[in-house]
Design a protein around this ligand. Structure first.
Ligand code: PMP
Length: 346
């Protein structure tokens, strides 16, 4: 890996970050707070939240088997994705490389930040080769984006290739693990100590059942996390979100039960879908959704909408012609989509 200093944008390296009232005073003993122009009434939401979410990171660290200094928390993992562009990619000069198809926000963030986005097509089984991504990269490539399990294809990316990429790429490798809790593979986050160029993204929006609270996680070396903290908005994770996440950590066993139930439903739904006449192929999945190639995706999508059932058409996405992406729901929801498809006449 190149020295981190040379990967950071020069303006970010030079930047003196905003220092908030809560950054400047951190002690616990004071009782009169007249430093942040807050309203003294309406406790507790009158006070600014902890800008670095210290308690939440301390409780999260053992669950994720990382150190608190290896954690960045943001307003969804989308915030972390955007911050990585802003921290490392010089507009109109640097570029990033990503697999294709994959999660759409990497490209959107590249476009917003005016950074060249180079995509490399997966093979017909949605696998990637490290060599192909390395061939697309050059000395101005700062980030390579992987997503495992990948959205919208659902499959885990092959670990051997991920390790090859981490070994051979001299920039940063971002592995988006939004769906890792549904996979049989362990998270890469536990390997951060041996992998200085690895950034792992996770989220409370999927397995943790908390899409509404907007809480995303990035795990990386303390030096990379420090760069992200330097440029984030001061109070990027609000108090209600931090408190709700702390409650969810107490309910970890519930989360594990949801995951097991969803994995069982995933098998059941996959098998039932494969028996339908309108289904041509059910792709294997390690996530909480199933990519399905059907006979006529636009027509079947429209038919399901008529019946009040919304799935995601991926028909126009590379390698996903005539594909629908179906999220695994409750037993009843999955039955509803199966019944509708059975009755459809497609
Ligand atoms: N990464 C992937 C692969 C996703 O599919 C999604 C959401 N669809 C996200 C990140 C965004 O997650 P968050 O809700 O944490 O912003």
């Amino acid at each position: 890996m190149k020295p981190l200093e040379t990967l950071i944008r020069p303006n970010v390296r030079r930047l003196k970050p905003y220092s908030s009232a809560r950054d400047e005073y951190k002690g616990a003993t004071a009782s009169v707070f007249l430093d942040a122009n807050e309203n003294p009434y309406n406790d507790p939401v009158n006070r600014y939240p902890d800008p670095l979410q210290t308690v939440l990171k301390e409780r999260l660290a053992p669950v994720k088997h990382v150190h608190p200094e290896q954690i960045f928390l943001g307003n969804g993992s989308d915030e972390a994705i955007d911050l990585l562009f802003r921290a490392f990619c010089e507009p109109r000069t640097d570029n990033v490389v990503a697999i294709d198809p994959t999660y759409g926000m990497y490209r959107v963030c590249a476009d917003v930040n005016d950074v060249e986005y180079r995509s490399v097509l997966l093979d017909d089984n949605f696998r990637f080769r490290a060599d192909d991504l390395l061939a697309a990269a050059d000395e101005r490539t700062k980030l390579i984006f992987l997503c495992s399990p990948n959205n919208p294809t659902g499959n885990d990316l092959e670990r051997k290739e991920v390790y090859t990429l981490l070994d051979r790429f001299d920039g940063l490798v971002v592995v988006d693990e939004a769906y890792i809790d549904f996979s049989d593979l362990p998270s890469l986050a536990t390997e951060l100590d041996q992998r200085p160029n690895l950034i792992v993204l996770q989220t409370f929006s999927k397995a943790w059942g908390c899409a509404a609270i907007r809480l995303g996680m990035a795990f990386a070396s303390p030096d990379i996390i420090a760069v992200m903290n330097k440029i984030k908005y001061p109070y990027n994770v609000n108090r209600l979100t931090q408190e709700h996440a702390l409650e969810m950590l107490q309910r970890h066993t519930d989360v594990l039960q949801w995951i097991n139930r969803l994995k069982e439903e995933r098998s059941r739904l996959s098998e039932a879908l494969a028996r339908l006449s309108c289904v041509e192929h059910v792709y294997p999945t390690d996530a909480n959704f199933i990519l399905v190639r059907v006979t006529d995706a636009p027509a079947i999508y429209a038919y399901l909408v008529e019946r009040g059932i919304i799935v995601r058409s991926r028909h126009t996405v590379a390698l996903c012609g005539n594909c629908l992406r179906i999220t695994v729901g409750t037993r009843e929801e999955n039955e509803a989509v199966l019944t509708a498809l059975r009755d459809s006449g497609f």
